[in-house]
Design a protein around this ligand. Structure first.
Ligand code: BES
Ligand code: ZN
Length: 878
């Protein structure tokens, strides 16, 4: 049965035919769109005569078919909704002409051709093109495309597709047409069309070699003024890719279209990126600093795909991290160069730990390059993206900036126009640097997060310091044995007063400031060390591992004050807070007065340190999340206890540090006009982080401070952050302010999302009831992915104590949501279901409540392959 099929990497074989070029004519009409396609096809030289040609389809209806202009007899082919077979195609180049009808209006899956707010648009990655026409819908089939679009002039004055414009004209009956030509051979997943009545802002960019590119950003009429930040981000991205990677844009036009109904963040279609409008539209009154930064990042990411993804694409979907991991690495570097490198690194590691680490230690664990899948849509994961980016970053760390760049240059030179593999990617770094990456490749093939355990000793008599690092990776589904990996551990030895420690001799696998682990255990011996140093390990988070180090609280706080590596200064504070919370939650042993005070003092000192930037301080003042405490505990987790313990620690910090924090809060007030710059952003982030600590820690007068900030805020960042503090603490103002927010912003869907997401994070016992009621409201936009994700996605991922209520109501709420949404949009449903990946880590009562919810979902008839796949893996015996 198709639904049960597992696809294996080892079975990869090229298609027996290739599609050289595509000529499409699409006629748009409200009920049905007609798609006429002419495919120029030829057999591969090795293809045996009589080999059938099987094209993919999905919910298609064929209305006519011909080869080289001659209609086919019924016996020559077989057409179903999901495939078209030519039993004996010609053994030479031929043109296959098909005519199919599709129904965009009824397409609630938002894959293929669909309609969002009246605009026709497409989403083809990974397997959506087959919902538009019959095709070899796989990324190693590369063709040039010519597309003619015909539509009513009033309904769709704007007609866009990939490539360069190649003519427009009148099509009679009040209709017009536009022709688009894409000269770059591309896989079908990069195909795109947009037809609708849209506003636009335009600009232009001149490439380093002097070519002018017309830029356009399209959106709903009236929102043009909210597209300028996106345009600015686009131009900076284009300039950065030239500077950092020597990559220029390669068409005459680059268009971006913002749509309201979109399953993901955005899509890199060649020359015509389609975006979730949340990653395009922004103005100070309605968008937060985080929204502005998100737009900048996503615009950059999709633009960078033009080289890492489009010019060099993937041979098959197992290689997805070839384009996604690399492009995330590139967008991370862009943000680091545009803003603060240290802050960006901390934010990225927080994301990695919050999303990828739990995936990697649970039932959905898989390698960055998996070797089998049932449903490819379920592999757009934190492992492919975030861990994929970390693996690329390790290559850059191991090879150095220049060596990495040499490899990238060779990659672009050698593979431009190819559908490539991870092996080919690694080979360019080997060839450009004369190194062997055989063992390094395990990072792509193995799942699981290695633990690196540290032991050290200092011998005063011989002035010798010894550091021993041991790596271990636990089994993951299907991979019981794990071989040691190459782990770059950047380090420093910090001496008295923070001065770097010097040594006269060192032995072991060490170069400059980096230990490279290759075996299970490595010992490094430093001789001629005058004083016992404090080791600062895994600087800048040089590898995606869990570091277990024996440092005392005192040593950690020493590093927090003195480490020259900002990442480890931040990490040290996190580790101190984590240790207190973990002990209190598991041993029932509260921290001592002395240790809480030491932490509070270090935080206060950080908040006032003149040498640190505000955004960094904001991160330092943010304690590890409840979810990360749960992850550290790992087994028999009681999320409610963690919630209580975290609030108690905040209260103790506030008891001691409130006056200092309040002082900093007030000193940061500003009357400057809003700008989404890194400097302003940092100042607001710090001020609002302090407000959050004060409110959650129950500082006197903090509720009033938050209410006042909410009322007088002149931008959305300050308003939303004040509201967040109040909602997370569930103060007596919470419901009133939520209602006020709704009243003021309820008409703006993107701001409504913030309101929904805040509701979803409320810590009180009424939250599940309120969320149920909102979803049940007939006016709730139940087909819009952003609204659904804001409400249910946020609840499952960011409200651990209520999601895992002991009575199971949180689990049941998410499970029944999944069953319902699955009937309309399986991708959104499957994504929401991944919240259960941590279910086995709960204490027995919650564990069985979670299992009961999963079993009831399992009993639902007609589950999609998307949901069935996630559910099956989530429930599989561990
Ligand atoms: N190619 C993806 C879009 C995509 C995602 C297609 C999932 C099919 C399935 C795009 O380049 C992407 O990665 N978008 C991200 C945002 C990005 C900044 C990481 C997204 O949509 O979340
Ligand atoms: Zn991407």
């Amino acid at each position: 049965m198709r639904n049960e099929e597992t696809i294996y990497l080892k079975d990869y074989a090229p298609a027996p035919y290739r599609i050289v070029s595509v000529d499409m004519e699409v006629t748009f009409a409200p009920e049905q769109c007609r798609v006429r396609t002419q495919l120029t096809i030829e057999p591969l030289p090795a293809t045996a005569p009589g080999t059938p040609l099987i094209l993919d389809g999905d919910e298609l209806r064929l209305t006519s078919i011909a080869i080289d202009g001659a209609p086919l007899v019924l016996s020559a082919y077989e057409a179903t909704a999901d495939s078209l077979t030519l039993h004996e195609p010609p053994q030479r180049r031929f043109v296959l002409e098909t005519d199919v009808m599709v129904e965009p209006e009824a397409n609630t899956k938002l894959m293929g051709l669909y309609r969002s707010n009246g605009t026709w648009c497409t989403q083809c990655e990974p397997e959506g093109f087959r919902r538009i026409t019959y095709f070899l819908d796989r990324p190693d089939v590369l063709a040039t495309y010519r597309v003619t679009m015909i539509a009513d002039r009033t309904l769709a004055p704007v007609l866009l597709a990939n490539g360069n414009p190649a003519g427009t004209g009148d099509a009679g009956d009040g209709r017009h047409f536009a022709v688009w030509d894409d000269p770059h051979p591309k896989p079908a997943y990069l195909f795109a069309m947009v037809a609708g009545d849209l506003g636009v802002i335009t600009d232009s960019f001149t490439t380093a070699s002097g070519k002018a590119v017309d830029l356009g950003i399209y959106c709903e009429h009236g929102k043009e003024g909210e597209c300028h930040w996106a345009m600015d981000s686009l131009k900076r991205s284009m300039a950065w890719d030239e500077r950092r990677f020597g990559r220029e844009y390669d068409l005459d036009v680059f268009n971006i279209v913002a749509v309201s109904d979109f399953n993901f963040g955005a899509m890199e279609n060649k020359g015509l990126n389609i975006f979730n409008d949340k990653y395009v539209l922004a103005k100070a009154e309605t968008a937060t600093d985080g929204d502005f930064e998100g737009i900048e990042r996503v615009i950059a990411h999709e633009y960078f795909h033009n080289w890492s993804g489009n010019r060099i694409t993937c041979r098959d979907w197992f290689q997805l991290c070839l384009k996604e991991g690399l492009t995330v690495y590139r967008d991370q570097e862009f943000t680091s160069d545009e803003r603060s490198r240290a802050v960006k690194r901390i934010e990225d590691v927080r994301t990695l730990r919050a999303t990828q680490f739990p995936e990697d230690s649970g039932p959905l664990a898989h390698p960055p390059r998996p070797d089998h899948y049932r449903e490819i849509n379920n592999f757009y994961t934190a492992t492919v993206y975030e861990k994929g980016a970390e693996v690329v970053r390790m290559l850059a760390t191991l090879l150095g900036e220049a060596g990495f760049r040499k490899g990238m240059d060779l990659y672009f030179e050698r593979h431009d126009g190819d559908a490539a593999t991870i092996e080919q990617f690694l080979k360019v770094f080997e060839d450009a640097n004369g190194v062997d990456l055989e063992q390094f490749k395990l990072w792509y093939l193995d799942a699981g997060t290695p633990t690196v355990e540290v032991a050290d000793s200092y011998d005063e008599a011989s002035r010798t310091y010894r550091l021993t690092l041991t790596q271990r990776t636990l089994p993951t589904p299907g991979q019981p044995e794990k071989a040691p990996r190459v782990i770059p551990v950047r380090f420093g030895l910090v001496g008295p007063n923070g001065a770097p420690t010097t040594w006269s001799r060192v032995s072991g696998d060490v170069r400059d400031d980096m230990v490279v682990l290759t075996g299970e255990t490595t010992t490094i011996t430093f001789e001629g060390v005058a004083n016992r140093p404090v080791p600062s390990l895994l600087r800048d988070f040089s590898a995606p591992v869990k570091l277990v180090s024996p440092l005392s609280q005192e040593d950690q706080l020493f590093l927090a004050r003195h480490d020259s590596d900002p990442f480890n200064r931040w990490q040290a504070l996190q580790d101190v807070a984590m240790a207190l919370m973990v002990d209190a939650a598991t041993l029932g042993r509260p921290w001592t007065e002395a240790s809480a005070s030491a932490l509070a003092d270090a935080l206060a000192e950080t908040a006032t340190a003149p040498s640190l930037d505000d955004a960094f301080k904001a991160l330092a003042l943010t304690l590890p999340t409840e979810a990360s405490v749960a992850r550290t505990i790992g087994v028999d987790v009681d999320p409610e206890r963690i919630h209580t313990v975290r609030r108690a620690l905040l209260a103790d910090i506030v008891k001691r540090a409130a006056p200092v924090l309040e002082g900093v809060y007030h000193s940061l007030a500003s009357t400057e006009g809003y700008a989404p710059t890194a400097a302003q952003n940092g100042r607001r982030a710090l001020r609002n982080a302090i407000l959050r600590v004060l409110v959650l820690g129950g500082a006197q007068g903090a509720d009033a401070l938050a209410a006042e900030q909410y009322a007088h805020a002149t931008n959305m960042t300050d308003r939303a952050d004040a509201l967040e503090a109040v909602v997370l603490a569930w103060t007596p103002d919470a419901e009133r302010l939520l209602a006020d927010f709704r009243l003021h912003y309820g008409n703006d869907p993107l701001v409504l999302d913030k309101w929904l997401a805040l509701h979803a994070r409320a810590p009180d016992d009424g939250v599940v009831g309120r969320l149920r009621a909102m979803l049940a409201d007939p006016a709730f936009p139940r087909n819009n992915p952003n609204r659904l994700r804001s409400l249910v996605g946020t609840f499952g991922m960011s409200n651990p104590a209520q999601f895992a209520r002991p009575d199971g109501a949180g689990f049941q709420f998410v499970a029944s949501f999944v069953a319902d949404v699955d009937t309309r949009n399986p991708q959104v449903a499957a994504r929401a279901l991944t919240a259960f990946r941590v279910w086995r880590s709960f204490e027995p009562g919650r564990r069985s409540a979670a299992e009961a919810a999963l079993r009831s979902l399992e009993a639902t008839p007609g589950l999609s392959r998307n949901v069935a796949d996630i559910l099956g893996r989530t429930l599989a015996p561990s």
